[in-house]
Design a binder for this molecule. Structure first.
Ligand code: NAD
Ligand code: TYD
Length: 335
């Protein structure tokens, strides 16, 4: 397949691009705006591969999108492009509205014009928080943050293009991802890097919020599987095999990184913080997908990857991330 992968310079998009190119023999063209989270380094190992292309551009820019579709001679569009951090959506929601609403609309129009299948990458956060049990694709959409609300809006727009225009769309909703190349604003890489540096480990509230962890290679395979085997118009959840409270995740990281429990600091909770996410993956499992990486093993490998790949995170920790960290945590990185 010839794929246009939007947002392919990010954490999961680059994992997907690598998988499709190297394991499935697809041709992959990445269209990415290169926001703070989009990094060409994430694709460095693919740059010389035949069948790989990179175009810098925004999904909300119709000319950039049509140019990329033409250059890619795309047979399908897969959209990862998004603003992805809940805390940033609370502080500054503007870019979330623009990328998720306008960007998704521009991509859908291009898909319609060029009669291309379209897959939207989405999140379990559209269902909101669940104290007990697990969400299915039929669960009501009750997003709580500007991040999840705008992602929900995008999902609804995608579905409307199926119902109204018959565009063959698919939506794949993942639970919390982890693994190499994740920007360190997110829980796991933030805690790993802080643990390795002897910095404080800022746990929001009581740390008893639960997340359903999926390795990014498993989520990327689910997306590829849905693209190949999914029924147009349908939504597929892909949840990880393990759930864990944040404080337990932090304790595992401390042990793996050889850090100290005294580094843990309970800080003011995130406003509107969702208590628990949990996804049923029965529908995508019925299509033949299942996760391969258990959390214990994936987390150990992830900690080792960050320890061994300072070339990747050093420019981040000395760049924009420093300012973000100081704003978000009220203290300098390293403090
Ligand atoms: P990320 O923040 O690492 O990467 C996002 C990428 O999108 C970056 O490369 C960025 O430059 C690009 N981008 C942002 N705005 C753009 C625009 N307007 N035009 C073009 N490119 C733009 O994110 P991620 O964690 O890889 O998430 C990818 C997708 O998966 C998102 O849609 C997210 O909602 C979804 N998702 C993420 C998780 C998770 O735990 N990280 C879980 C479930 C679903
Ligand atoms: P995050 O990685 O931001 O993902 P999401 O909010 O999309 O689930 O956060 C995961 C969990 O970790 C969430 O419950 C918030 C919590 N958290 C902290 O306790 N401290 C932190 O510094 C961060 C970034 C997150």
């Amino acid at each position: 397949m010839r794929l246009l992968v939007c947002g392919g310079a990010g954490f999961i998009g680059s994992t997907f691009a690598r998988q499709r190119l190297l394991e499935h023999g697809d041709q992959v063209t990445v269209l990415d705006k290169l926001t703070y989270a989009g990094r060409e380094e994430n694709l460095a190992d693919l740059a010389g591969e035949a069948g790989f292309g990179f175009i810098r551009g925004a999904i909300e820019d119709p000319e950039a999108v049509v140019g990329a579709l033409t250059a890619a001679r795309a047979e399908a569009i897969v959209n990862f492009a998004a603003e992805t951090h809940v805390d940033r959506s609370i502080a500054e929601p503007d870019a979330f509205v623009k990328t998720h609403a306008l960007g998704t609309y521009v991509l859908l129009e291009a898909a319609r014009e060029h009669e291309l299948p379209y897959l939207q990458v989405s999140t379990d956060e559209v269902y909101g928080s669940i104290e007990e049990g697990t969400f299915t694709e039929e669960s009501p959409l009750r997003p709580s943050s500007p991040y999840s609300a705008t992602k929900t809006g995008a999902d609804l727009l995608v579905q409307s293009y199926f119902h109204t225009y018959g565009l063959p769309v698919l939506i794949c909703r993942g639970s919390n991802n982890y693994g190499p190349y994740q920007y360190p604003e997110k829980l796991i890489p933030l805690m790993v890097l802080n643990a390795l540096h002897g910095d404080r480990l800022p746990v929001y509230g009581d740390g008893m919020q639960v997340r359903n962890w999926i390795h990014a290679t498993d989520f990327a395979r689910a997306i590829g599987h849905v693209l190949e085997h999914g029924v147009p118009g349908e939504v597929y959840n892909a949840g990880g095999p393990d759930e864990e409270a944040n404080i337990a995740v932090v304790r595992r990281i401390i042990e793996l990184a050889g850090a100290s429990e005294s580094q843990i600091e309970h800080v003011t909770d995130r406003p509107g913080h969702d208590r628990r996410y949990s996804l049923s993956s029965a529908k995508v499992r019925a299509l033949g997908w299942e996760p391969r990486v258990r959390f214990e093993e994936g987390l150990a490998e992830t900690v080792a990857w960050y320890r061994d790949n300072a070339w990747w995170w050093e420019p981040i920790r000395s760049g924009e991330y420093r300012d973000y960290y100081a704003r978000q945590y009220g203290r300098a990185l390293g403090g």
